[in-house]
Ligand binder design. Structure first.
Ligand code: NAP
Ligand code: MG
Length: 527
């Protein structure tokens, strides 16, 4: 994937990349720096569109740096984008699915080509370390290709059914999956690549036209994805990109009758509001919600503790704890508790934090001032009710002064404390001692979420874990991440309970079908 080397970048392989990857990233970064502060339009019906008000996209690592200037789109822009998507819907739906697949595949290969530039942009606007930044781009391309693969494997979802025995007649039946029409994709700040491009790619190969609305913190990545799609030959109006506040422009999109289906990825609270508001239409429209997580890891007394420690650490603090799959609570059996916690503290203290584009740093800043304040509030709460084992402070000296840097934090809290159930979305993970695995499982499942979960122990215990845990993506004995690091085609990603609505995981066997409704075509002629 990365040029002509045989290295395949995934979240599982990112810990040991070839040297070439670093040099290319650095070249791309240097080039991007010469264009900081440029203005970017929205893209509606293939045209650059500018709003009266602008939003500066500042670096969370150094808030003095304006990465780019983006548009504060309005309700009128929301309506214009939907109008363009509606006008293009018929033509795109009637484009043979093989052609749609070819164009989306081409967009994925353009992303492969632009991976270093886009990866660096992800570091700059989200605060992802370089491997996480590159990983998001590679995942986006792979999600798109996976949707294409599924269309092909299923012959475009055109299938002949049984011929019903009708005396004197021949009765043929076809099942055909067809697009809904206009699809809205609202994405979060933390994976603006995969969670914009993944749903968009699926919606497009399925034959829908799309309006993309990224998070206000991360408009740049979504703009680049839109550019790749257009460069690949997606016709004007088939994919549209608008930027602006969720509360105004986003809300107008949700309230429009012109939307035939939604994929929203973001927080539980916003997702549930969108779900309720979208239900106000005259009929039920598909609503794919991918929401938050509060992902547990359970460690048995029989676990390989070094593997567990490394997996837990990576999932707790990768992307500063701002993954929906972040490992934010750990239940450890009593006989190994002290040893494992001591090792976790030691490893956490050794983590490097700073400029996310710098090779040596594992943690960058949290995404914005709101998250920075949240972190400080949670730390205060923990100090009052429990104990900080390491971390627990914001970093403000020297190079940290103008960024939102928060020390990775491990803490102990009584199991009754609300933060055991609350998605904090900052680099704080709580650890707790349990007498046995059944108790751990009871705590693990006692939350409104059910996204990912991890386990360390024997294989027999792991099977018990898979049988009992309530989560959409589950891992056992994984060194590269206790609860994180899913990859399309390997670990399709989605959640149960309050973590997701569809019950079918992205990058999996049953996902692209969510973007289509079924039509049965029964044709009868005389025998
Ligand atoms: P968020 O605050 O819920 O925002 C998500 C998106 O919704 C943003 O584009 C936001 O725009 C928009 N929005 C806000 N209010 C809206 C409204 N009334 N109508 C329409 N759109 C609206 O989430 P976030 O902070 O960006 O992302 C973090 C959350 O996403 C976490 O809870 C995380 O667990 C979850 N997440 C889940 C998954 C998954 O696959 N399950 C993956 C990644 C993240 P603005 O930015 O302009 O407000
Ligand atoms: Mg937000």
């Amino acid at each position: 994937m990365v040029s002509d080397s045989t290295f395949k970048l995934t979240y599982a392989t990112m810990f040991n990349p070839p040297e070439e990857l670093h040099t290319k990233y650095e070249e791309a970064l240097a080039k991007l720096k010469t264009g900081f502060g440029k203005e970017y339009g929205m893209i509606i019906n293939g045209e650059e569109v500018f709003a009266e008000e602008k939003v500066e996209n500042r670096s969370p690592a150094d808030t003095d740096v304006v990465l780019g200037v983006f548009q504060k789109g309005t309700v009128q822009h929301a309506h214009a984008a939907l109008k363009a998507a509606r006008a293009a819907a018929r033509g795109w739906a009637h484009t043979p699915w093989q052609e749609r697949v070819a164009i989306v595949r081409k967009a994925a290969s353009i992303m492969d080509r632009r991976i270093f530039e886009m990866g660096a942009v992800l570091s700059l606007e989200v605060g992802k370390n370089r491997m996480e930044g590159l990983g998001d781009v590679a995942e986006t391309a792979d999600l798109m290709r996976y949707a294409c693969d599924r269309m092909e494997a299923n012959n475009g979802f055109v299938a002949e059914m049984g011929r019903d025995p009708l005396t004197g007649y021949v009765s043929t039946n076809y099942s055909v999956l067809k697009p809904y029409g206009v699809w809205l994709v609202i994405s979060p700040f933390n994976f603006p690549g995969a969670l914009t491009g993944g749903p968009t790619g699926s919606a497009l190969v399925a034959g829908n036209t799309v309006v993309i609305k990224p998070a206000t913190d991360t408009p740049w990545t979504a703009r680049l994805i839109t550019e790749c799609l257009l460069e690949a030959g997606i016709p004007a109006g088939v994919v549209n990109y608008v930027t602006g506040p969720g509360s105004t422009l986003g809300q107008a999109l949700i309230e429009s009758p012109e939307v035939d289906g939604i994929t929203f990825t973001g927080s539980y609270d916003v997702g549930m509001k969108i779900f309720r508001d979208f239900a106000q239409g005259p009929w039920v429209r598909p609503t794919i919600l991918e929401l938050g997580g509060k992902n547990p890891t359970i460690v048995s007394r029989n676990a390989d503790l070094e593997t567990a420690a490394i997996g837990i650490l990576r999932s707790a603090f990768g992307l500063q704890g701002q993954k929906c799959s972040a490992g934010s609570r750990v239940y450890i059996e009593e006989p190994v508790y002290d040893r494992l916690v001591a090792r976790l503290v030691e490893l956490t203290k050794a983590l490097k934090i700073g400029d996310p584009t710098a090779r040596e740093n594992f943690l960058g800043p949290v995404v914005n001032k709101g998250s920075y304040r949240d972190y400080q509030g949670f730390v205060q709460e923990i100090k009052e009710a429990g104990k900080i084992l390491t971390g627990g402070e914001v970093l403000t000296e020297g190079d940290y002064a103008r960024g939102y840097f928060c020390a990775p934090t491990l803490a102990e809290l009584p199991f009754t404390h609300r933060l055991w159930k609350h998605e904090m979305f900052v680099p704080i993970t709580t650890v707790g001692k349990v007498s046995d695995l059944e108790t751990a499982m009871k705590y693990a499942n006692d939350v409104d979420y059910g996204l990912t979960a991890g386990f360390y122990g024997t294989e027999e215990e792991a099977r018990w874990f898979f049988d009992n845990i309530e989560a959409g993506v589950t891992y056992a004995n994984r060194p590269n991440g206790a609860t994180t690091g899913a990859w399309p085609g390997f670990q399709p990603f989605g959640g149960w309970k309050g973590s997701g609505s569809s019950g079918k995981n992205g990058g999996g066997l049953y996902y692209v079908q969510l973007y289509m409704h079924e039509q049965i075509q029964n044709l009868v002629r005389r025998a």
